[in-house]
Design a protein around this ligand. Sequence first.
Ligand code: ADP
Ligand code: ASP
Ligand code: MG
Length: 410
Amino acid sequence: MALVVQKYGGTSVGSVERIRNVARRVAKTFDDGNEVVVIVSAMAGETNRLVALAEEVCEFPSEREYDVLVSTGEQVTIALLSMCLQSMGYNAKSYLGSQIPVVTDNAHAKARIRSIDDKRVREDLKSGTIIIVAGFQGIDDQGNVTTLGRGGSDTSAVAVAAALKADVCEIYTDVDGVYTTDPRMVPEASKLEKISYEEMLEMASLGAKVLQIRSVEFAKKYNVIIHVRSSFNDKPGTLVMKEDEEMETVLVSGVAYNKDEAKISIFGVPDQPGVAAQIFSPLSDANITVDMIIQNVSHEGKTDMTFTVPKADCKKAVQIVEEVAKKIAASGVRYNENIAKISIIGVGMRSHSGIASTMFQTLSREGINIEMISTSEIKVSCIIDAKYTELAVRVLHEAFGLNSTESNKA
Ligand code: ADP
Ligand code: ASP
Ligand code: MG
């Protein structure tokens, strides 16, 4: 008997008929002799609807109340899935994050899981019950409801799989695996049979929303193999796992894009020790993650700095930076929300040169201007005008031979 953790995303539970489909899959896994713990997301579009309601009420909703509101979507789906299974004759029981409990820190809207109590779940499993857990949510040590950031049900699933030492962690979604790029944007994208944790981490953090980044961090830390697959067919999906030798022979395994960042520039910054800390400490105190940072060469004791933040935090960040700008006598602050980050990812880059220059040439051939660049051992990212996103992804996907896996071998 294996312990199987399955997670079903928003589209997979997007209607009553789809919830019934999920119930049939869960029931089949149980009938095959497994213990089953299921994590579900809210119905497709529901979390967006709740976020929009909050924004309608006020511009900067209290983060505590935001979490109370947006966590409700998952409460609906766990109950409906349990009811479906019960009506099919199975013992099923739903749990909110707070009932397990899934304990997190108190960083509302982007909380991190600290611990998961497995006691209740294990007892229920022993009695032949199928457990349905609300994804995306937890509780802090003061009893406040928290949420894990958009797409956080993936992280709930991997964390539950790690806590229960599950044999399998399956993430069921609306595509049948991880592709070389978003298959909805580039139909020629190829499905990857397997991908290393490192590459998947980069892909996720660079915009491939198929898995939330923290779920991959968790999987890597606790050595959970994730199987990403479709809830609409039985095809094998993609295994997210430890790197093996075969993976290193591929130069570029994927192209990712992210249109959820904004660029903020602060001009005429006095070029003195400590100014960077003065700018970025208040941002970090406000829990705003800064991604790329560029500091220009200084001219007459002044310099310009440009950095990117999540678009959702842009207004708040601009407010903070404008205050700092006054304090340090910088000359001005500007921001741009119409940018996209385009990235190429591959562990093979560690041992091969020329990848970045191919990327730059490819973009330049299309007349796409590069506004910022950042690199790591296994990725190169460029900030460009958002209107060229699709074109950039397509030409890079083609330039690195990702349409045909054969021409992608080193
Ligand atoms: P779920 O609601 O099941 O969590 P998501 O919408 O969060 O599903 O993630 C699945 C989506 O991720 C797909 O529909 C696809 O458009 C998108 N996606 C982006 N990049 C990739 C990629 N490289 N491989 C597969 N899917 C990707
Ligand atoms: N429902 C949440 C969201 O839309 C969590 C998830 O689906 O993973 O972000
Ligand atoms: Mg998702």
